[in-house]
Every structure is written in structure tokens, then in C-alpha cells.
Design a binder for this molecule. Structure first.
Ligand SMILES: CC(=O)SCCNC(=O)CCNC(=O)[C@H](O)C(C)(C)COP(=O)(O)OP(=O)(O)OC[C@H]1O[C@@H](n2cnc3c(N)ncnc32)[C@H](O)[C@@H]1OP(=O)(O)O
Length: 386
């Protein structure tokens, strides 16, 4: 396998982009990544997306995006893995470049959710759950996560207000991110008085829907000397694992086994452990998911995730900074694009380009993108080499 580096990154703002089509959003991020890389053609295009078939009546996003950005005769494909489609596209591009199948690959994550009315978005999102045993019984993603959070609070003795620091950290970090969906700071009082959606999850525990795209260009490290000098950000480790589709089939519903398995693969490839991670963009689609992800990745003991947040250790100056550009909670969660936003943001941190929420001396960063309720989890670790 060849070592792989990130040559360029690009992203759009996350918003209700009524003025832009699916192809325009994807193209904006892809062309920004090519421009950042200083190139105008690639060998392969991998496009992560979850719901364009139903929300935008458009499939075949590999050819669709390649055509729009003027890349002809490339190897191009659409990669779908629910909310982890973005990381799945990156992983596909990584395998193609690492194996030598291609030299330059473009990974794009795109989602244009707000073409659908709210009730339809909820139903489209629920296609990532088990159709027979969850969605078909009327469970939305908010409801599934509410059941998990309620059980977690009961088992480990936490109360709702103990989850506030996850949301406050995310919202406060998003204020200085020009691409974030929600850019207002948040206080504990705001968190506590937010509208209840599905108890115990209120509006400030949930990520918002939105439209956006993010992209990255991957090249083998051995070819970097063809390009002008730049900060070298290398992929140090990658892992992926699945779990049962329905949460009720799991022996331990409060433990993200797929996160544990995928992160172990990534740590092992990188030759490091959680103590070496300087910044972690995790999948805080709901505050409970942030707690579970921190535990499964070795940053907190089982049932103790909220303590890290209460102690301030998740802030940019803390032990394990998370959601440094707003996370899914406030940067936004255009589902199939989210995994690529996480990667772009970690690259920004390692390049020292994260502005007011820059993590001091960040050298190693990790991303973790969750599909379904933990049924498909993809982890990547990146390192700054110069
Ligand atoms: C594995 C996984 O990733 S699963 C996760 C998949 N994603 C989800 O399930 C999405 C969860 N979120 C949602 O479904 C929706 O955002 C909801 C239900 C929380 C809110 O939706 P709606 O009630 O339709 O909100 P609506 O779009 O009408 O917005 C109303 C206001 O709330 C704000 N808002 C909407 N969502 C959020 C949010 N999550 N946090 C904070 N503010 C929000 C809007 O900006 C708007 O503000 P304004 O009145 O100042 O303009």
C-alpha cells in the first residue's frame, strides 16, 4: 500500500440553499478542492450522498459531478452509506490511491435536503434505520436517539442538563466558522428552554438539516514532489465496521461496538492510541451520540462521556477538542456531506487554518462518521508531517 496525503480541500457554506442546485453545490466544493490542490483534472471521482434519489430525483452522482466540473472519462461513482456516505466516499478514494489503482482521486460529499418538505426529510432520513423493525414502526431518528438517551440517563444517573456543554461547545465554536449553519452562541439557559422534540431530546440536542458539500483531493505521498511545497497532511489510519441495523438487536444498545472496532483498526494502522489525538471531529448528530463516541474511542470510561464535557475537556483548549468548527450540531449535518466536512475541518486544524477555534499545536486529528444508529461507522486519522 502507498502512503496517501491530502493535496486540497474545499467546502460550501451549509444553509437552505434555495438559490443553488445539487450540481452547483457539489461543483462549488469540488472545484474549490481542485483549486486548493492546484490541479484541474483527476483520475477518479467518488461522490458520497444519501438521499438525492428521493430528495432531488437525481442518482448516478459519480458521472453527474464529474461532468459538471469538466472531468471527462474519469473513473467515477456514487457511494451510499447513509449518514456516513461522506467518509465512505473518502475511504473509497483512499483505497483507490493507496492500492495504486489511481494517482489522483477526488472525494466529494454532497446533500441537498431542503428540496423536500420537513415530514418527507424525516421519512427519507429514516430509510437509514431498519425498515421493518424501526422506521416501519414509526420511529424517526430523533425518536431512536431519544430512546437511547433516556436509557443512558437511567443506567448511568445523568440528567438532561448534563448534556448542555456538548451543545454549548458546538454552537460557540460555530460562531467563527463562516460555513456553519447556526452561528449564534448558546448558553445553558438557552439549552434548557429549547423546544422539546422527543423527550429527552430537545432542539439543542439535535443537529439541523441543511444543504452543503465538502471535498478533498488525495494523492500518494511519493508523488507530492510534483506539486509546490505545502503542509503535508497524511492519512495515518483508517477503519470501518458495521453493527446490527436495528438498535434493539444489540446485546449492549448503549455501546457503539462499530465505533470501537473501526477506531481500533485506525489506531492500529497509525500505531497510536487515544492519548495522541489532538483534535476529534466526531458524529454529534445528537448530544448522546457525542458521549457514546467519546467512550467507544477510548477518551472516557463507559457511562462517563458527559463528564469530559462538564469538565471543559472538549473545548478547543481542552484535552480532546471536538466539534471545533461547530460539529453536526451547529456547523450542520447535510447527511451525505458530513463525513467530508469532518475531514476538511481536521485538515484545516492540522494546517493551522482553523481561525479562532484553532487547537494549539494540533499534529494528529481524527474523524468519525456514523451511518444509521451506529450500524456503519468509519474512522480516519490524519497527521501533519512537516
Ligand atoms: C446517524 C445520524 O446522523 S442520524 C441524524 C440524522 N439527522 C436528523 O435526524 C435531523 C434531526 N433534526 C431535525 O429533524 C430537525 O432539525 C428538527 C426536527 C430538530 C427541527 O426541525 P423543524 O422543527 O422543522 O425546524 P425548522 O426548520 O422549522 O426551523 C425552526 C427554527 O429552528 C431552527 N432550528 C432548526 N433545527 C435546529 C436545530 N437542530 N438546532 C437549533 N436550531 C434549529 C431553525 O434555524 C429555525 O430558526 P428561525 O425560526 O430563527 O429561522
Amino acid at each position: 500500500m502507498r502512503e496517501v496525503a491530502i493535496l486540497g480541500i474545499g467546502q460550501t457554506s451549509i444553509d437552505e440553499h434555495w438559490d443553488k442546485s445539487l450540481r452547483e453545490i457539489a461543483g462549488e466544493a469540488a472545484l474549490a478542492a481542485l483549486q486548493d490542490a492546484g490541479i484541474n483534472s483527476v483520475d477518479g471521482v467518488f461522490v458520497g450522498n444519501m438521499m438525492s434519489g428521493s430528495a432531488n430525483r437525481q442518482q448516478q452522482l459519480g458521472a453527474f459531478v464529474a461532468d459538471w466540473i469538466g472531468v471527462r472519462y474519469a473513473d467515477a461513482m456514487h457511494v451510499e452509506s447513509a449518514c456516513s456516505s461522506g467518509a465512505a466516499a473518502f475511504r473509497s478514494a483512499l483505497m483507490a490511491v493507496a492500492s495504486g489503482f489511481m494517482d489522483i482521486a477526488l472525494a466529494v460529499g454532497v446533500e441537498k435536503m431542503t428540496d423536500s418538505p420537513g415530514a418527507e426529510i424525516t421519512a427519507e432520513l429514516a430509510t437509514a434505520a431498519d425498515a421493518d423493525w424501526e422506521a416501519g414502526q414509526g420511529l424517526s431518528f430523533v425518536a431512536i436517539n431519544a430512546l437511547i438517551m433516556r436509557r443512558y440517563m437511567y443506567e448511568y444517573g445523568w440528567e438532561h442538563h448534563h448534556f448542555a456543554p456538548f451543545s454549548i461547545n458546538a454552537h460557540n465554536n460555530a460562531v467563527s466558522n463562516p460555513n456553519a449553519r447556526l452561528r449564534s452562541p448558546l448558553t445553558e439557559k438557552d439549552y434548557l428552554k429549547a423546544a422539546m422534540i422527543t423527550p429527552p431530546i430537545n432542539l439543542m440536542d439535535a443537529s439541523p438539516v441543511g444543504d452543503g458539500a465538502a471535498a478533498a483531493v488525495l494523492v500518494p505521498v511519493e508523488l507530492l514532489n510534483r506539486f509546490p511545497p505545502r503542509p503535508i497532511i497524511k492519512v495515518l489510519g483508517a477503519g470501518a465496521a458495521t453493527d446490527t441495523m436495528a438498535v434493539h438487536s444489540r446485546k449492549i444498545p448503549l455501546w457503539l461496538s462499530a465505533a470501537e472496532k473501526s477506531v481500533k483498526q485506525a489506531y492500529s494502522q497509525a500505531g497510536i492510541g487515544p492519548e495522541q489525538i489532538d483534535v476529534f471531529e466526531l458524529h454529534d448528530a445528537f448530544t448522546i451520540m457525542a458521549a457514546l463516541s467519546l467512550e467507544a474511542c477510548g477518551f472516557a470510561e463507559k457511562g462517563k462521556g458527559p463528564q469530559l464535557a462538564l469538565d471543559g475537556e472538549i473545548r478547543p483548549d481542552g484535552r480532546i477538542p471536538i466539534a471545533t468548527r461547530g460539529g453536526l450540531k451547529a456547523r450542520g449535518h447535510p447527511v451525505g456531506a458530513t463525513g467530508m466536512y469532518q475531514i476538511v475541518e481536521v485538515v484545516q486544524q492540522l494546517r493551522g487554518e482553523a481561525g479562532q477555534t484553532q487547537v494549539p499545536d494540533a499534529r494528529i486529528g481524527m474523524t468519525q462518521n456514523i451511518g444509521g444508529s451506529g450500524s456503519n461507522i468509519i474512522t480516519h486519522i490524519f497527521g501533519r508531517m512537516n
